[in-house]
Design a protein around this ligand. Sequence first.
Ligand code: IMP
Length: 438
Amino acid sequence: MSVIAVVGAQWGDEGKGRVVDYLAADAGLVIRYGGGNNAGHTVVNPHGHFKLHLVPSGIFHPGIRNLLGNGVVINPIALLGEMDGLATAGVDCQNLFIADRAHLVMPWHPLIDQLEERERGAARLGTTSRGIGPAYVDKVARRGLRIVDLLEPEAFRRSVSTALERIRRTVADYYRAGDPGDELAPLIAEATDEAAIVDAYLAAGEQLSSHVVDGQAMVDAALDAGDRILLEGQLGTMRDIDWGVYPFVTSSSPIPGGASLGAGLPAVRIDRVLGVAKAYTTAVGAGPLPTELTDVDGDELRERGVEYGTSTGRPRRCGWYDAVAVRFSVRLAGYSSIALTKLDVLDRFERIRVCVAYRDPQSGRRWETVPASASVYARLEPVYEDLPGWNADTRAARSWPDLPPEAQAYVRRLEALAGVPVSHVSVGPEREQMIVRA
Ligand code: IMP
């Protein structure tokens, strides 16, 4: 029995979903522990090609329980839509469970998300507009609504009414939004329509009620039964609320500390932490990205890697592998090993660059870690080490010796820079395109 946390080691979109899908075969329980439908986990398997936003990536394995943990923020309408899509593809959601303590994303949260971004103007964070930040703000401000509240309709009605009084005042008095000419006017009308919201959410609550559980009790039972538990992270260290490049972060904690809190299991029960890192770097949204490429190499990574946001469709910013960022993540998350994804995307490069440190052009100082200040980070330049490319197709490789020597050398170099072994290498999106080295 073991508890394995699968954690993003970069800016998100590392391929955690495909790694969880791969590892889930012998798991008993898969738990999403943070974030909401800002996530976009791409999973390709014999059932088809899926983009999961909320549902844990273990859903494709019959008999495995999948839990949305208390640390997740849930838009129940979006969740039902995703469950419908899965049902249409023949994927059964009987084994999907929802922790009763998880907070709800209410219709006013995406609205506030957009009003905040509009107010930030040029300094916008580039959020996914799914209301994730505002939902966590309400949680921490102790005025959030939770899944369990959907099961008490009268109290839920009163809470929605109280919340909307505040939202209407905030929208009108603070944001001065909602004039007929305002592009957000339709969204404001929809997000403040009390009767419609209550009806839709209570109806969703009824539909979801058979899936609602005491998450901690479910985790406890799985631990007692000796089941393998997978903790499925969302985003990566560089977007962590505490450790990411603040304020260009999400509002939850993707690292294993967040997994313990957001899944409801003691931190000491986590046996193994698998860090997931892409063989290069991508990010969606704003903020410093030292290795970003805006030239043909960047375009090659984007097109070959199909680097477009799963949730929003935005083109991802692409760049060379940043070993400083991954090492920072290794220290914070304590990876037992790393799963390196999308190695095949580098198949056609003559020369591959790896960022091994940063340099401050103002002071000449060499940085070996990530600075706290986003403005300092924005001016740091990558210090590159160049490695020869392999110019060969790796997508058919199924074992370590199948990889060209240059590709092996690249993986070994990343391993040395991270200070932990690379246990898995993926060379394509299909389940079998995974090389296990351990
Ligand atoms: P939020 O989580 O929607 O508030 O967005 C905060 C930051 O995290 C923005 O830069 C988003 O682009 C980024 N982000 C949120 N979800 C994802 C994801 O699933 N993949 C990659 N980036 C994400």
